[in-house]
Design a binder for this molecule. Structure first.
Ligand code: ATP
Ligand code: MG
Length: 455
């Protein structure tokens, strides 16, 4: 049964007095069906022709209103996930905390969510809350106006109705789009406690859209930032990629630091943060995030392992140095052990998949191999799978550290670009330098011996 506009408004008022539904007719907004992906349109129309309500919602509507192209299209409906599945052959149901239907069109996935409702005390089967007020399960279905109240920000609670091409703006999202404001729906404290990841999302959208965070939405973040410690590590891994690896990483990191959020995700590196952002760890963070942003802009491939390797490098080296003393290990073994230790700590908060932690170790290990270039070693290193990543990493260290590291990075730069004969000459030079150094060492120890011999 279709609800008319007045019914919906009345209900929204009854349940949640702050929300006032504003409906924009087709003539009053600029979203056209041409901007919506064909797959999303197919899903919307199939739901509608099967007697369900179907709306485009979230980032799709928000980004189109801002004149941007959405990264994906989210749909919401009054059909349950099971009903959605029956309509589409290419559909699978996912999620425990949030049960959703994914409709697959080749590589494109259209996400279909059923309207969320409010939680009743006796609905333990479908929803549950932790002692801190965090929602652990969220599968109570409801009406569209309840669904709007459950969304995070006003600009994410606008619904494009496929039945008449109107936009239903429940929380003043249109006005906030115009004022360029990220504003939580409802009481910020409560909404962050329900789901602390909303703090990260506030920062992410503010940076990506170049919006300000509205005052009351920003105010509780710093104090509530430790709540992120309760979020499962798999979810934080996904979020950390969205924050740092989607083209706005550098600015997002600085904002996260400002609100004490970065420190929650990477507790082991906060000790290396300084007032003026001048420690090697901070310089490495700036360089690696800036280069990731640049690569994304240029359409190049990126590997999250590189960023994690960069974030942790100097804290890891520092730990290795303490291990050399305390465990009496050689440098190589100390680095390997410190690497393991620090990655073990990190995966407790951010569940980096094993294939990435393996690459992080490879990049680190290469740093120990780069100085050793004599004989066939340099030639062999060039053929190693992760050589390029390792070399880019060395170049960044060169910028941070200067001196010998920078010289080493320059040597490798020249070596890669040189022809066969030149490469051989460079390696021979290393051999000469090494034997000179060895002779000098011998002389020195000889002299020391001699001087010890003197009575
Ligand atoms: P983008 O996809 O561009 O990152 P988005 O707004 O579409 O942005 P999604 O994560 O795809 O973000 O979520 C789709 C919509 O679901 C959001 O716009 C919002 O309405 C709702 N939503 C997502 N996560 C939450 C959350 N943690 N709390 C409340 N609502 C949420
Ligand atoms: Mg989305």
């Amino acid at each position: 049964m279709l609800m008319n506009k007045n019914d919906i408004t009345e209900q929204a008022h009854r349940v949640y007095p702050d929300l006032t539904l504003n409906i924009l007719t087709r003539q009053e907004h600029k979203i056209s069906r041409k901007q919506i992906s064909e797959s999303a349109l197919k899903v919307l129309y199939r739901l509608q022709s099967s007697g369900y309500h179907a709306y485009l919602v979230g980032g799709g509507v928000r980004d189109l209103l801002l004149g941007e192209s959405p990264k994906d299209f989210d749909i919401t409906t009054n059909a349950t996930p099971e009903q959605v599945r029956k309509l589409f052959r290419n559909c699978r149901l996912i999620g425990r905390r949030f049960r959703l239907a994914h409709v697959m069109f080749g590589r494109e996935i259209v996400e279909v969510a059923t309207f969320r409702g409010h939680h009743q005390e006796n609905d333990r089967q479908k929803s549950s809350q932790s002692e801190a007020g965090m929602l652990l399960r969220d599968n109570v279905y409801g009406t569209i106006d309840e669904d709007a109240e459950r969304r995070d920000f006003t600009i994410n609670a606008m619904y494009y109705n496929i039945a008449d091409y109107t936009i239903h703006d429940y929380a003043g999202g249109i006005e906030d789009i115009e004022d360029r404001l990220i504003r939580l729906i409802g009481d910020p404290q409560t909404r962050y406690r329900e789901d602390p990841v909303r703090m990260l999302r506030a920062i992410r959208f503010a940076v990506k859209l170049d919006f300000d965070i509205e005052e009351e939405t920003a105010a509780p973040i710093e104090a509530l930032s430790p709540l992120l410690q309760d979020i499962p590590s798999a979810r934080l891994y996904e979020e950390s990629l969205k924050m740092l690896q989607t083209g706005y990483g550098l600015e997002t990191y600085h904002q996260m630091r400002h609100y004490n959020l970065f420190q929650q995700l990477f507790p082991m590196i906060s000790a290396y943060f300084t007032e003026d952002h001048s420690s090697p760890t901070e310089k490495m963070l700036d360089l690696s995030l800036d280069s990731t942003d640049q690569r994304i802009e240029e359409g190049k491939r990126i590997n999250p392992a590189f960023m994690f390797a960069a974030i942790l490098w100097y804290p890891m080296i520092h730990l290795a140095e303490t291990f050399m003393e305390s465990k009496n290990l050689c440098y190589y073994d100390a680095v390997m052990e410190a690497g393991n230790k620090i990655l073990d700590q990190l995966v407790k908060t951010i569940a980096i998949p094993r294939r990435h932690t393996a690459t992080i170790r490879d990049i680190w290990q290469l740093q120990l191999r780069f100085p050793r270039r004599h004989g066939k070693r340099a030639f062999r290193l060039l053929d190693i799978n992760k050589f390029r990543a390792g070399f880019d990493f060395l170049t960044m260290r060169g910028i941070v550290e200067g001196g010998e590291t920078q010289e080493l990075a320059q040597w490798w730069e020249t070596f890669q670009n040189a022809g066969k004969n030149m490469r051989q000459a460079m390696v021979n030079d290393i051999g000469r330098i090494n034997s000179k150094k060895a002779k000098a060492r011998q002389r020195q120890t000889g002299q020391q011996k001699n001087s010890q011999d003197v009575p």
